[in-house]
Write a protein of this length. Structure first.
Length: 134
């Protein structure tokens, strides 16, 4: 466990796959903004002409986000719970957190930061992540 106070929460990460072209990420942001959904974290990259966008949402906004993206013609490819970990903003912190998990053979398949600097971790072993970091 990292520190004595709880440092981890669970939130929802949705992933959309889009064409890699100007304005497509704007479409996502506009669709969510129209219905008041706040993007709490985001990670995007391109590969083979496609854009992959991971979006972190508060649990109470998932249904609104799903409806808004559906109305905009944007399909949600995955919807899953992720760990959101508070950690210090200092050199080596990512290594420290990830080493804690690696030492217990816990693999993460998704890592990005929130808009407030918390660490988002996706893992098939989310309960173990919670045990080790929560």
């Amino acid at each position: 466990m990292l520190g004595s106070a709880p440092v981890m929460a669970t939130q929802t990460d949705i992933m959309v796959v889009l064409q890699d072209r100007p304005g497509i990420a704007a479409r996502v942001g506009e669709a969510l903004g129209r219905v008041g959904v706040n993007i709490e974290g985001v990670c995007g990259f391109t590969s083979g002409g496609l854009g992959i966008l991971h979006i972190l949402l508060a649990e109470h906004q998932v249904d609104s986000a799903r409806a808004a993206l559906d109305e905009a013609g944007i399909e949600i490819m995955t919807n899953r719970h992720v760990a959101v970990v508070s950690c210090d903003d200092r050199p080596g912190e990512l290594g420290r957190v990830m080493r804690t998990l690696a030492a217990e053979e816990v693999n993460c398949d998704l890592v990005y930061l929130t808009t407030t600097g918390r660490l988002v971790l996706g893992s098939e072993q989310l309960e173990r992540v919670a045990d080790l970091l929560g």
